[in-house]
Write a new protein. Sequence first.
Length: 345
Amino acid sequence: MQQKTALIMKNDQWIYSKRPSERVSEQNYERRVTELSTALSQNEVLIKAAYISVDPYMRIQQHEIRTYDVPHPLGIVQRAGVVGQVVASENENFVEGDWVLAYSGWQKFAKCHASELRKLNPNDAPVSTALGVLGMPGRTAWFGLMEAGKPRPGETLLVSGAAGAVGSLVAQFGKKAGCKVFGIAGGAEKCRFLTDKLNLDGAIDYREFKTTECLAEEIQRTTGGVDIYFDNVGGMITDAVIPLIKLRARIVICGAISQYDGKLDKPELGPRLLQHMLYQRATIQGILARDYTSRMDEMLAIVAPWVKNKQIVFEETIVEGFDKLPDALNSLFEGKNLGKLLVKV
């Protein structure tokens, strides 16, 4: 295809420049304006960001130690999922105006190889869902529950962080699998969302309980015991749940957001609870979205029709403004979002 005359554009970027010791903030970034040529090589595509994702895993990658990945390098654009539109293309499968999903990070413009992009159809679902229910969080929820959790009709599923991007989907997938589903969330408003909008069988506001023992008593009273625990939070909540698991229970470790502000480098105690795994002959499995990337089409084939037919609730908390990205990431650890948190550029 014939290439247009190259122009020089201004690109706004957030550069990850300093590792946080505890809570991440704007001080851990440098906002930089750079020049970007519109000249493209073969199969390159230039995109303009419309929605940028902030996710808890970003905080894991910012730790100094290796976790499931090497630490996020300093001095480069903060990595993140992005939904944007094609500005220019040197690949026949993408034309100007196409909506795409990319992993181009916290910047307004990016050059991507065509193989790195997924084309989106805005007539099928809002394009922002590619960063939520039809994206990484949806993939995590679907395969984490269905393959690691192995839900069966009549079982009791308990989800921590149940009003978040992943938890709210796990809860709904569990209902569709025939489980009794209970959610743990922070605050009365989120608990009402779980029962009134997601139609869960019950919800527990963990903020109402000052000790692990009191929280455990309420979980036992509400659920009667747990067959599947989908853990997005860790910490005190998980300490309260594990002694309540039933025979052959499955515990799915998806996240431990309560531990991300410095505690992964110096983790709190945890093995004291492993005897309960022995007593109940239970299993505990960690899951990562990347483990199921190649199976994305399997999830989309099932979940996308639910989204199109309004059979799934997908809440989005949208923060306006590229300048708000560091604050938005920080807000995840204060529980301010309902559903998927996005920044609209």
